[in-house]
Ligand binder design. Structure first.
Ligand SMILES: Cc1cc2nc3c(=O)[nH]c(=O)nc-3n(C[C@H](O)[C@H](O)[C@H](O)COP(=O)(O)OP(=O)(O)OC[C@H]3O[C@@H](n4cnc5c(N)ncnc54)[C@H](O)[C@@H]3O)c2cc1C
Length: 382
């Protein structure tokens, strides 16, 4: 099977699917999206799908704010006959140190300039928002009622169905084994089913992007980092917002059918692919979440699993072209917050690839920032 395409997209996660849809919506033709397993088999289908605009930099606040506006209309925009289950129950971000209090106040300043409806709340007010919250040691929190979470499978499905209707070809169970480039230009990809020639290749392969870029001698400063997560049995609704503590590295939400979904990060994870779940995670997760939200101690865990964050040195995504390899584009390195900005990322990348002016600047996320030493520092990430 040898083929030709105008644009090849590698990766059937939410980012690749959003980019494919946005390119096709703008009239690009002959697009092929390649996924080595099933759609959402990477980080997207393993994630918490939390969506928040409470960031500390203007750029990320805007990316997330615009994305939330798009999530609000996404079913209509994509003509989706199901629900992406976007629930705007808010995000409660907890502060346990004076440094965090100071940072959160700075973040609020940035957010308010952009019209984000977030606010400072005292421990007593936090308890009004989440009555079962243990406020021991809590100095305060910020809350934004427009934040929330989605169903990541249905969100991706909505993009895929819309992209297919616009003519995008989706090839699942097809692995890109090598990128192909000649004379400083990308020429296509080699897959386990044959070669696809294309003058444009967009790499959205999550942490695997590093290995793919290496096949044409590009060194991506990107590594996988395991993150574990679990789901409990469904119970009656008691918690509207996502509760998040950077101090404990923890997030916990109750999804629409009543299950709690929660995860914690481990700063000592090795920089390698690991899809195993551990009892240490279960133990630490249980200890931390039952301290913060004591009634959850009575819940039974149904399943735990692991996925990979695609981490960059500044924990921010790499978006745009790669100097020296014309036609090769990157949208990878989302470092644990790619789902929430997927609508806007798809739109911006489509504009960029088609040579249009982007609706928001993306140059601060370019690949060469690492070599220049101009890292993009976002203070509000787990
Ligand atoms: C436990 C966990 C919790 C998270 N929680 C949140 C959250 O609450 N909010 C949030 O915004 N983000 C969250 N994230 C991060 C989020 O999941 C990612 O940033 C986002 O899904 C990235 O999407 P993607 O399409 O770039 O990557 P992926 O979903 O990983 O997609 C990449 C795809 O490329 C495919 N691929 C790889 N190599 C090849 C190849 N050689 N050929 C063909 N296909 C290939 C993979 O199979 C994969 O399907 C979380 C992540 C994890 C792991």
């Amino acid at each position: 099977m040898n083929k030709t395409a105008d644009i090849v997209i590698i990766g059937g996660g939410v980012i690749g699917c959003s980019i494919a849809y946005n390119l096709a919506k703008k009239g690009a033709k002959n697009i092929i999206l390649i996924e080595r397993k099933y759609l959402t088999s990477g980080a997207t289908g393993r994630c918490g799908a939390g969506v928040r605009m409470q960031f500390g930099t203007e750029t990320n606040c805007l990316l997330a704010k615009k994305s939330i506006e798009m999530f609000e209309q996404l079913e209509e925009e994509l003509g989706y006959d199901d629900s992406i289950e976007f629930k705007q129950g808010g995000y409660l971000l907890l502060a346990y140190t004076e440094k965090m209090v100071e940072q959160f106040h700075k973040n609020l300043g940035v957010q308010h300039k952009l019209g984000i409806p977030s606010r400072w709340v005292t421990p007593a007010e936090a308890k009004e928002i989440v009555p079962h919250l243990n406020t021991q040691g809590l100095l305060g929190a910020t809350f934004c009622g427009k934040d929330g979470h989605c169903n990541p499978f249905k969100t991706t499905d909505a993009y895929v169905k819309a992209a297919r209707r616009l003519g995008v070809e989706i090839m699942t169970y097809t692995e890109v084994t090598k990128l192909l480039a000649k004379d400083g230009k990308i020429t296509g990809v080699e897959t386990n089913k044959g070669v696809i020639e294309s003058p444009v290749v967009v790499c959205c392969a999550g942490a695997y992007s590093r290995d793919l870029a290496a096949t044409i001698g590009i060194e991506l400063p990107l590594h996988p980092e395991r993150h574990q997560i679990l789901v409990t049995e469904p119970v009656e609704m008691i918690q509207e917002p996502m509760v998040m503590s950077f101090y404990h590295g923890l997030y916990c939400q109750q999804v629409p059918h009543g299950s709690f979904v929660m995860g914690i990060g481990d700063p000592n994870e090795p920089k390698e692919f690991n899809y195993n779940s551990s009892w240490q995670f279960l133990h630490e997760m249980a200890a931390k979440v039952t301290f913060l939200l004591p009634p959850l101690a009575n819940l039974r865990v149904v399943r735990q699993w692991a996925g990979q964050y695609d981490m960059t040195p500044d924990r921010q995504q790499i978006l745009g072209s790669v100097p020296g390899t014309e036609g090769f584009y990157l949208a990878a390195g989302f470092s644990g917050h790619g789902f929430m900005i997927s609508p806007m990322t798809g739109k911006l990348m489509a504009e960029y690839i088609l040579g249009e002016e982007t609706s928001l600047p993306i140059d601060m996320f370019d690949f060469t920032r690492f070599a220049r030493g101009q890292l993009f520092v976002e203070p509000s990430v787990v």
